[in-house]
Design a protein around this ligand. Structure first.
Ligand code: HEC
Ligand code: HEC
Length: 284
């Protein structure tokens, strides 16, 4: 995986260090609660076949202890927030006096929703993230306040909805009415940002497996989101992560919930088609 000079100026390559065998992704299998088998590496989807052969979950790039925390829900700190969201799911809110459960039934009824998001929503005439669909219900069906896009209530709810789809393959549609948004997201993915002039692809496509400072670079997949990070001890939404990554290039960044980040999430999601939904996952 020694592709780290591809497309980068000499001074930029200095931040990446290939450290040989030690930096290979782990040769390990993820089974959660001895029950849910997670596909953490699989053949790249057709649209990526020029760029890479295999797609891999970020789980494979984390250390042994961090990986182990995801194997059992009792050890996964993200599951506390899933339990919180389960309470919210069953609690009435807003002027209509309804809970999510009143209309949707048990949270487990939502299995299969996470893997296809972001998706084109016919009635809205646009590509929506899970967050957008949740807020649509809150605002227009419950008469409740919208949740902040990457706020605690929202990220907890997305963790609940991810958890009931764990093990199902990510299957984001990229054609039909979603295609133009997908193209926009792809363009952003390959755009160089900031003083470092680095694109998402420079790090997560050209350099995954290499070390950047103290971090083992993954493919930047989002099948594991939301992610419990040991670094900030909370769940983190995919778009909050995008924001951090863009900021690391010393660029001004788009905001979570912006059309640009929605398009980017659709595109990044599609790069993980075939991996299992894994959220809430654990990362450093
Ligand atoms: C008054 C009834 C009602 C309430 C309350 C409600 N929803 Fe919905 N929700 C719907 C309907 C109707 C749809 C659109 C039809 C569909 O896709 O099931 C929908 C769609 C969704 C979708 C998109 C599903 C998909 O397949 O694309 C999500 C996610 C969602 N709701 C989450 C929630 C959450 C979380 C809550 C509580 C905070 C909630 N809803 C509360 C009625 C409701
Ligand atoms: C300067 C290099 C760099 C750039 C540019 C960069 N990232 Fe990252 N990114 C990282 C590092 C380092 C991490 C933490 C280690 C890891 O998971 O790869 C990370 C983590 C991530 C993760 C978390 C993966 C997981 O499994 O938890 C996602 C998602 C991500 N990046 C997406 C992006 C996107 C989208 C862009 C472009 C907007 C981008 N990154 C740009 C360095 C970069």
């Amino acid at each position: 995986m020694n592709k780290f000079t591809k497309g980068l100026g000499a001074c930029m390559t200095a931040i990446f260090v290939a450290s040989g065998a030690m930096a290979e992704p782990a040769d390990d299998k993820l089974v959660i609660n001895d029950e849910i088998e997670i596909v953490t590496r699989t053949a790249a989807p057709a649209h990526l076949s020029d760029a890479m052969d295999e797609v891999m979950s970020g789980w494979l790039f984390r250390g042994t202890e961090t990986r182990a925390m995801e194997m059992d829900d009792f050890d996964n700190p993200g599951m506390i927030f899933v339990e919180k969201a389960e309470e919210t799911w069953n609690t009435a809110d807003g002027t209509e006096g309804k809970s999510c459960a009143d209309c949707h039934g048990a949270s487990s009824e939502m299995a299969g929703v996470r893997p296809v998001y972001p998706k084109y929503v016919e009635s809205a005439g646009e590509v929506r993230t899970l967050e957008m669909s949740i807020n649509d219900c809150r605002e227009n069906r419950m008469g409740a306040e919208k949740w902040k896009y990457t706020g605690g209530d929202m990220v907890d709810m997305t963790a609940l909805l991810a958890s009931v789809s764990r093990g199902m393959p990510v299957n984001v549609a990229i054609d039909g009415p979603a295609q133009s948004t997908w193209e926009q997201g792809k363009e952003i993915y390959y755009t160089r940002f900031g003083q470092l002039e680095l694109s998402c692809a420079n790090c997560h496509e050209d350099n995954y497996g290499n070390m950047i400072r103290a971090d083992h670079l993954s493919q930047g997949q989002i099948n594991g989101f939301p992610v419990y990070r040991l670094k900030n001890s909370k769940l983190n939404a995919a778009q909050a992560r995008f924001k951090g990554c863009v900021r690391d290039t010393r660029a001004e960044t788009f905001n979570p919930g912006s059309p640009e980040f929605v398009a980017l999430e659709l595109y990044v999601g599609s790069r993980g088609n075939g991996l299992s939904v894994e959220g809430p996952s654990v990362r450093n």
